[in-house]
Write a protein that binds this ligand. Sequence first.
Ligand code: C2E
Ligand code: CA
Ligand code: CA
Length: 611
Amino acid sequence: MQDTDTFVNFHKALITLSHSATFISRERNKKLEALTDLCAELLHVDRVSIWQFPEQRDRIEAEWLHTPEQVTGNAPILHKAGNPACFSALESERILSVPDAQADPRTRGFTPDYLGPKGIHSMLDAPIFDGARLSGVVCLESTAYRQWTLPEISFVVAIADTVSLMNTHEAWLDSKQALEYATRYDSMTGLLNIKSLRDRISYLIDKLESRGLGSLALVWVDVDRLKSINDGLGSQVGDSVIEEIGQRLKKINVPGKDLLARIGGDEYALIIRNQTHPDTLDKTAAKIRHEIGKPIRLNGHSITVGASLGICYLADDCDSTEDLLRGAEAAMYNAKNEGRGRTCFFDSRFHISARSRFELENELRTAIKEQKLEVFYQPITKAGGASMESVEALVRWQHPQRGLLSPIEFLDIARGGGLMYDLGECVLRRVCEHRQQARAQRINLPVVSVNLAPEQVLVAELPGLIRTVCAEYDIPVNTLHFEVTEDAIQGDVSAVTSILEELVADGAQLSIDDFGTGYSSLSRLKGLPFSRIKIDRSFIGNIPDDEEDCAIILSILALAKGLGLSVVAEGVETEAHEKWLCEQGCDYLQGYLYSRPLPFDQLLDHFFVRA
Ligand code: C2E
Ligand code: CA
Ligand code: CA
């Protein structure tokens, strides 16, 4: 009966301790201290210690010691080699209850070095299990000869179980942390991931809404041409570039900087709070681009990359997390389309919801059917002489509500709606109509360069259609030049080749458009009937300062010469661009320096004298 009371009291005391809030919130050593103190006090023992087996079971190490004397220096370690009997007892028996430790065969090995000097006569050890694995022992030592009672033994087992629970809980916390890490962080750069970004934006939006104060903007950063680094130097180099840029963005100091996340392959996003005046954001964006643009040194290479940035504000028509993300991404794509290496702010006209996308597709279908698309023209001039060599026809859509739309605003929709072939026919008819008008006014129009979409070049009827339309307006095919992008000539080129050859046989000339952005090499294009290359404008923007771009242009020029092709540089905006390109022997130039794309009437007014 007395045993039962003691039993209950011991366990009550342990439960009171181990379930108290202060115990649970303490760090491990404080918990071990509290447990061993309680044990020493209730059982009147001199020494209580907690031991751990390391991974290899060749020794046991003290983790916590409750002793009458001060313990200094390293925690004691007992080696299996010196005490094999004790080790096998610990490993095989659940509980080691030893009234006379200096004589007991299982423990007497410790007598000379340990039990003797400390005057220890009895021991009680209880195993600590982690699951099925023995991971340690709770050890009680007394200077008296002691027959351990059942309540005492059961109490020590309970202490051991408490330690085991602590271990399990800690392991769970660790794995929870690891899981938390995996769900919130990007493993490659250690930056937060898109989930964290979303959570943070939602949190900030809620806060702004409830307080009505402050502002928010999201900067979307996309590294330019990472794919060509991956393709040319290997994906490991590409990964290192991504990591390095992540580190730079982490360190960068810009006003209002909040959370930075890596949101995809080579894309990062930065939340800006309060410091969202356009001028401030312009400076922030310039600083980010400057930081990314510094050379990256990687095992002997020096790599320079640029970045396209899109910025979106929280506003009335853009007031949710998803709006902000979509807006910033759309603005970034706009920056890419405008020639990369620049920053664009989100314009709600690009912000087309699924519903209005559907509407827009229908409206576009009608506009194409009714020949309502417009064509603007941009001159292509001879390098040096500045005289117009040809004009490029660029489609526009005068939308009744949305105003004049540029191709980036509706070509995706046309593509998605399978309208590219018809759109191309509509543009061709417009071009023929204009030429007819010019002829009527006795204006001698140069060759007109018309863009052909991949969807057109893959259709066997295309040359026939072009002949028919030209015949309808009585326009010779040889007044046309067609521009085809590299992506039209991927995969099986034989079908495309015969279509292109037919166009050339009819008298048209062919250019490769946006050269350098795709992945085809010039030599692969060798067998195709092109007579001209247009270097993509993203390579022009930073010349003559950007050495890599200059090097790319020079190699394109050299290869083109070797293949007997002429070269057009697009996006020529400054005299510095012009000067450098002329010096390098580029044949033709096109860009805002000479003229923006103009409506047909304005083209005639600006550049032609009516007879
Ligand atoms: P693209 O063929 O590369 O056309 C040149 C684009 O560069 C035009 O954009 C032009 O306005 C722009 N641009 C010209 N000079 C400069 C400059 O100095 N600086 C800058 N930043 N940009 C300059 P646009 O008219 O918006 O056309 C965009 C793209 O849409 C075209 O790129 C072309 O791929 C496509 N596109 C245009 N019209 C047609 C068409 O009739 N059919 C097809 N399939 N695609 C078209
Ligand atoms: Ca073009
Ligand atoms: Ca182009």
